[in-house]
Design a protein. Structure first.
Length: 133
């Protein structure tokens, strides 16, 4: 089973949303997990709220510290555009999505980012299942 690691600095918003989307949309066919290089104390409440609006509950998710073991276990590492390039490993396929951090912005910006992440995850899932890049 393929494993995808989403990485951000605080693991409090974008990477958590990506993990939640891939977990839900893959129906157990892909293992999704996320972590951060400087994890926050909690997942951003606005991220939890905008995901709840579309029926995904992230209320029990917690930010996690990125480890080298997580990177080694992943088939693909995706950074969210937040300067977390330090997590790239030479033998692990990786890419950066360059998604804007909505923290300290309006709920509308969180919804925009959520929808952008959903589109990227849907495309990723199609690539992983079909084997196309």
């Amino acid at each position: 089973m393929k494993k995808v690691l989403f990485v951000c600095v605080e693991n409090a918003c974008r990477s958590q949303m990506a993990e939640a989307f891939l977990s839900k949309l893959s129906s157990g066919k892909i293992v999704a997990f996320s972590a951060g290089v400087k994890p926050a104390n909690q997942v951003n409440p606005m991220a939890v709220e905008v995901m709840r609006e579309i029926g995904i509950d992230m209320s029990k998710q917690k930010p996690k510290m990125l480890t080298q073991e997580m990177i080694r276990e992943a088939d693909k590492v995706i950074t969210m555009g937040c300067g977390a390039e330090v997590c790239r490993a030479p033998l692990v396929e990786s890419e950066d999505w360059g998604i804007e951090d909505p923290s300290c912005k309006s709920i509308e910006k969180f919804r925009e980012v959520r929808d952008q992440i959903k589109r990227r995850v849907e495309k990723l899932l199609d690539q992983l299942i079909s084997g196309n890049k």
